[in-house]
Design a protein around this ligand. Structure first.
Ligand code: AMP
Length: 291
C-alpha cells in the first residue's frame, strides 16, 4: 500500500496505473475509521455495483482528509477524531492500494475562491443547520475527483443528503465517474456507525440507539399503512423522547431523489434526522418505499 501526500505525485502514480489498464475505485473519507468505512472500502475493492470487473481487481484509492471548509464556526474541526496510524493499518487490511493524505495547503493552495454551488438539494435537512457545509463538501469532493480521476466512487447512505448532492453534481457537471451508494453499517443495537460516536460517554452511547429505534418505529407504522408525514414523524419523536439526553435538531420526510418535503409518502421517501447528544451531533435516516 502506497501513502502519498502530494497532488503531483498521486497524479503521476495513478496515470501509470491507468495506462496499465487497471480501473480506479475511490473512497473519500475524513479518517477515524470504523467498520462502516471498512465495509465501504471492501465493497469498492470488489468493484461491485460499478461494473469494474476485469482481469484484475480495481486499484483502491482511499483519501483521508479532514476538510476545513465543510465545518462551520463552532463546529468540531479541531477536535474531530484523528488516528492516522490506526487508519493506515485498517485500510491496508481492507485492501486499499493507495492512500492519499494531503495537507490543507496541498488541497487549498490559494484559499478557496472557486467553489461548487449545490443549489436546492442543499436546502433543508442538514443544509438548514450547517450553512456552507455542502458547498465545502462538494468542492472538496470535486477537487478529489479531479486529482484521482476515479472510474467509480463509493459513498455511504448514512450521509444521505451528501450522497444525493454528489450524484447530482456528477450528473449536472458531466463528471466521468460512477457514484455507487452503500448501505448504512450499524452497531448491533442499530446505532449508525460514525467517527463522532467516539465523543459519547457510556450512557450517551446507550441513549443514542434510540435515534434508530425512533426511525424503526415510524417504519413499523408506515408498514401498517400510515402515509401521513406528520403522523410518521410524531411516532419517531415519541420514541426518541424516551431519552431526554437526545436533542433532536430536525426530523423530516422528503422525496428520496429530489429531497423535496412530503406531506404524504408516495414512491420512495427518506426519513432523516439529526440530533445532539453530549458533544456529538449524529445523523441517521431510513428509506420508506410505497410498493
Ligand atoms: P466520513 O469519513 O465520515 O466523511 O465518511 C466517509 C464515507 O464513509 C462517506 O461516504 C460516508 O457516508 C461513509 N460512511 C460513514 N459512516 C458509515 C456507515 N455507518 N455505514 C456506511 N458508510 C458510512
Amino acid at each position: 500500500m502506497e501513502i502519498i501526500e502530494r497532488v503531483g505525485e498521486v497524479r503521476s502514480r495513478l496515470a501509470e496505473i491507468r495506462r496499465a489498464g487497471r480501473p480506479i475505485a475511490f473512497v473519500p473519507t475524513m479518517g477515524a475509521f470504523h467498520e462502516g468505512h471498512i465495509e465501504l472500502m471492501r465493497r469498492a475493492k470488489a468493484g461491485r455495483g460499478a461494473a469494474l470487473f476485469g482481469a484484475e481487481p480495481p486499484c483502491l484509492v482511499v483519501s483521508i482528509f479532514v476538510n476545513p471548509t465543510q465545518f462551520g464556526p463552532g463546529e468540531d474541526y479541531r477536535s474531530y477524531p484523528r488516528d492516522m496510524q490506526g487508519d493506515l493499518e485498517k485500510a491496508r487490511e481492507a485492501g486499499a492500494d493507495l492512500i492519499f493524505t494531503p495537507s490543507v495547503e496541498e488541497m487549498y493552495p490559494t484559499g478557496d475562491c472557486a467553489t461548487i454551488e449545490v443549489g436546492r438539494l442543499a436546502e433543508g435537512m442538514c443544509g438548514s443547520h450547517r450553512p456552507g457545509h455542502f458547498r465545502g463538501m462538494a468542492t472538496v469532493v470535486c477537487k478529489l475527483f479531479n486529482i484521482i480521476q476515479p472510474d467509480a466512487a463509493y459513498f455511504g447512505e448514512k450521509d444521505y443528503q451528501q450522497l444525493k448532492i454528489i450524484q447530482r453534481m456528477v450528473e449536472d457537471l458531466r463528471m466521468p465517474v460512477k457514484i455507487v451508494p452503500f448501505h448504512t453499517v450499524r452497531e448491533p443495537d442499530g446505532l449508525a456507525m460514525s467517527s463522532r460516536n467516539a465523543y459519547l460517554s457510556v450512557e450517551e452511547r446507550q441513549a443514542a440507539a434510540f435515534l434508530y429505534k425512533g426511525l424503526k418505529a415510524a417504519e413499523t407504522l408506515f408498514e401498517k399503512g400510515e402515509r401521513s408525514s406528520a403522523a410518521l414523524i410524531e411516532e419517531a419523536k415519541r420514541v426518541i423522547a424516551a431519552e431526554p439526553s437526545l436533542r433532536l435538531q430536525y426530523i423530516e420526510l422528503r422525496n428520496a431523489d429530489t429531497l423535496q418535503p412530503l406531506q404524504t409518502v408516495t414512491g420512495k421517501a427518506v426519513l432523516a434526522l439529526a440530533a445532539h447528544i453530549g458533544k456529538a451531533r449524529l445523523i441517521d435516516n431510513i428509506i420508506l418505499r410505497v410498493s
